[in-house]
Ligand binder design. Sequence first.
Ligand code: DON
Length: 309
Amino acid sequence: MPELEQALAEVAAEMAERTDRGDVATYIPQLGKVDPQKFGIAAVTNDGRVLMAGDADQAFSIQSISKVFTLTLALGNVGDALWQRVGREPSGNPFNSIVQLEHENGIPRNPFINAGAIVVSDILLAGHQPREAIGEILRFIQFLADDETIVIDREVAASERATGYRNFALANYMKSFGNLNHAPELALGVYFHHCAIAMSCRQLALAGRFLANGGKNPATGHSVVSAERARRIGAMMLTCGHYDGSGDFAFRVGIPGKSGVGGGILGIVPGVASLAVWSPGLNANGNSKLGSIALEKLARMMNWSIFAP
Ligand code: DON
């Protein structure tokens, strides 16, 4: 088995050469401006190493990866009652699909599709103004990464709000079933802003490290969530973290992962490391094309899989 540092460098060098990089998302106009040649990868091991290759220190829009952190926070606030308003099944549909909501009475399939994450935002709004809820999410992520420089990209948030007709439709539709407690535009305000948080691969891998270490920050030993909750969040990532591509990601990579339409993926190797990769070009399911390939290669090189003996 190669050293992890060398494996990251090899994967980054190989990805830099590739010309089949997928297409950057343009439905959020601000994301369409990102250079598709970028590639970064970072690993934070439970024994405290922070290793990187490529553009791992450049911030990008984390988009749906933020849903891992909002789910974690909302479970902390309301516990398992959350599952009365959001399901735990893969949707088998694109991340912004509306079709299942009618048959399933406005209860989204899982917390990672847009509809589910909007309900989670609504839960985080309880007792708060949107500004406070957004601040709470940002501070939680800063705390997890131990980095107060992490910010929200206001231009991305504004770009999403200006063009987010689908998300407005999802929120209004769920409101009609009584599955939002606040006005749709308030829940969406929280949602658009947490999706617009900008982080580097390094910051993201640091923020995810509690999930690789049984719910505890390996650097401080402080508990973020219980070991059981960390396992369950990992199960949601494995089954639902890549939308309609979740089965393929589990098949090819074999670890829990959460993608974002900004081209990032957070990957968790339980007991070993938290990984983050970024390549802005997406595949047909809206997941980072080279990011998925890079994690597949890295996992194979390191013999990492939750299914390995
Ligand atoms: O609501 C949206 O469409 C985006 N803010 C997030 C979607 C996303 O990241 C899907 N990921 N692959």
